[in-house]
Ligand binder design. Sequence first.
Ligand SMILES: *Cc1c(COP(=O)(O)O)cnc(C)c1O
Length: 271
Amino acid sequence: QGVSVHFVDFCDRAKLCQAIDRHKPGVLVMETVSNPLLRVADLDEVAKMGRATQAALVVDSTFTTPLINRPLEHGAHMVVHSLTKYLSGHGDVLGGAVISDEEHLEPLRAYGRLVGPVLGPFESYLAMRGIKTFPLRMKQQCANACRVAHWLAARPEVERVFYPADPAHPDRAAIERLFAPGLYGAVVSVELRDAGREKIFGFMNALRTIVPATSVGDVHSMVLYPVMASHRDISPKQRERMGIRENLVRLSIGIEAVEDIVSDLERALQA
Ligand SMILES: *Cc1c(COP(=O)(O)O)cnc(C)c1O
């Protein structure tokens, strides 16, 4: 549609400033939590920069959900969510939602009428049925993820754990300010020590409770190998620049008894 797009690391304030100065964007698009390394950009700061150049700010809050973060209260103009993930919660419906401020609502509706992204009745029904239990599921998933991240960090087979509850997280200040107390999301990424593809495949094949899937936010725990899934189209060199290594797996933690998740991981790490 004749729109030029430029990518920039929103966690790098200087680079973001420079990119805004150079390109004078009409819209800034960011995610509350990056995938799969779970960095958290300073939304208040980005909103301030956006206001200075009158760029609209669109925030994808899929990983944080409305329970953890409310970007409209931090200066976003529109928030987008994948309904497919935590909001529906059962991996059986594909959908999305846009939540807009007053100013952008009518143009958004007009655009929606033109392009027709209308959810079907059955998908709407599934999404609404799922949303009824959303906060219960999400709280349990966050609590489980905290336990799993903590457990993984102490394992000798693990090189590094990425999780927003980590006291040494590079975006600690933004996380404290933006996230609801005690809720850090339910995605945990982990680097296995000295693991290449073969070892990662062995680990994934040994899992029984945790299933391989290219999604997050389902009631059951899932595992994804970014190098072979979400980030397979990115060159190895570019992946390395992004910090996405061959020994990295991403876990989406579900609502199971946390002991079951941990024992599944333990067996697979020793496989
Ligand atoms: C999955 C995902 C999307 C796309 O969601 P759909 O389910 O395809 O509508 C967008 N943003 C994030 C952060 C996601 O995880």
